[in-house]
Design a protein around this ligand. Structure first.
Ligand code: SAM
Length: 259
C-alpha cells in the first residue's frame, strides 16, 4: 500500500543530473528504482519521462509523434471538429490561442495541427516536464517537428499570474480552458489517464477565477470545455455552446468589450 504521494525515479544513469535538478527544485525524494511506497513516481527512463501510477500500474506521458495524437493529426476531422468550430476556425480565419490549462497538451496539439499559433500555460511542474519531454522527442520526428517548432510555446507557471502580467498588446484572440472534469462516482468510467491527473492535482483548481481573468484578456472569445451535461462554470450564460458526443464547448464572445 502506498504511503507517500510523489517521488522522482531516475532509471537511466545518463539522466541523473536532470532528475536531480527536478527533485531539488520541487523538494521531492529521488530514487534509482521504483519505490512502491509512493503512489505517483516521475520516472526518467532512457527514452522518455513518464508519470507512473503505482495503484493503476500504468504511466502517462506526452507523445506527439505516435499513438492517438499522431493518428488524429493524420485522420482527425480537420476544421469540422467541434473544438475547431468552438475556437472560431474557419476559412480565412486561424486565430492565435492561449491554452491556460495545458495538461498533457493534447487539445493544444490538435489546434496547432490545424494551423493555430498556440501558447500553452501549465502550472503543474510535473505536467510541464512531461510536455517539455514530449516536445523534445516530437522535434525528432518530421511530422510533429513541423508543428512543434513553429506553433507551440510553453510557459510553466500559474495562468492567473501569466494573464496578470501580459501587456494589452499581447492579448490573445482566443483563450481556451479545459478545467479538470468533476470526479465521477464510478471511477471505472473515468479513463486511466484522467484518474492519474485527478490523483496528481486534486480537486481545487480555482477555475472560476481563471475564467474571470481570461474574460478580461481574450480579444475575441473564451472557450471552456465541459462534460456534456455539466453546469456552466460561470454565473453568466455563455454566448453559445457547441456540443459533441461527450463534451460541450461553452463560448464567451468578448470582442465588443475589447474594442
Ligand atoms: C483537464 S487538464 C487539461 C487537459 C488538456 N486540455 C489536454 O488536452 O491534455 C487541466 C489542467 O489545467 C491545469 N491548470 C489548472 N489551473 C491552472 C492555472 N491556474 N494555471 C495553469 N494551469 C492550470 C492543471 O494543472 C491541469 O494540468
Amino acid at each position: 500500500m502506498s504511503e507517500f504521494h510523489l517521488c522522482v525515479v531516475c532509471l537511466d544513469e545518463g539522466r541523473q543530473k536532470e532528475a536531480e535538478q527536478f527533485s531539488l527544485a520541487n523538494q521531492l525524494p529521488l530514487f534509482i528504482s521504483r519505490n512502491s511506497q509512493f503512489s505517483l513516481q516521475l520516472c526518467y527512463t532512457n527514452h522518455r519521462i513518464e508519470l507512473f501510477d503505482q495503484q493503476l500500474n500504468t504511466s502517462i506521458y506526452v507523445d506527439f509523434a505516435h499513438g492517438a495524437l499522431a493518428h488524429r493529426q493524420q485522420f482527425g476531422g480537420g476544421r469540422g471538429q467541434a473544438i475547431a468550430k468552438a475556437i472560431g476556425l474557419k476559412q480565412g480565419k486561424t486565430p492565435s490561442v492561449l491554452d491556460v490549462t495545458a495538461g498533457l497538451a493534447r487539445d493544444a496539439y490538435v489546434l496547432a495541427t490545424l494551423g493555430c499559433q498556440m501558447t500553452l500555460v501549465e502550472k503543474s511542474p510535473i505536467l510541464s516536464t512531461l510536455i517539455k519531454d514530449g516536445i523534445n522527442r516530437g522535434l525528432e520526428n518530421e511530422q510533429s517537428a513541423k508543428i512543434l517548432s513553429q506553433n507551440f510555446d510553453l510557459h510553466s507557471q500559474d495562468a492567473i499570474n501569466y494573464l496578470k502580467n501580459i501587456e494589452k498588446i499581447q492579448y490573445p484572440e482566443v483563450i481556451y480552458l479545459d478545467p479538470m472534469f468533476p470526479e465521477r462516482k464510478k471511477s471505472a468510467l473515468v479513463k486511466k489517464d484522467m484518474q492519474i491527473l485527478q490523483r496528481l492535482l486534486g480537486k481545487n483548481e480555482n477555475s472560476e477565477v481563471l475564467v474571470e481573468s481570461a474574460l478580461k484578456c481574450a480579444k475575441e472569445r473564451v472557450v471552456v470545455k465541459r462534460p456534456a451535461h455539466a453546469p456552466y462554470l460561470t454565473e453568466t450564460k455563455p454566448s453559445i455552446s457547441i456540443h459533441s458526443k461527450k463534451t460541450r464547448y461553452d463560448i464567451y464572445l468578448t470582442a465588443s468589450s475589447k474594442n
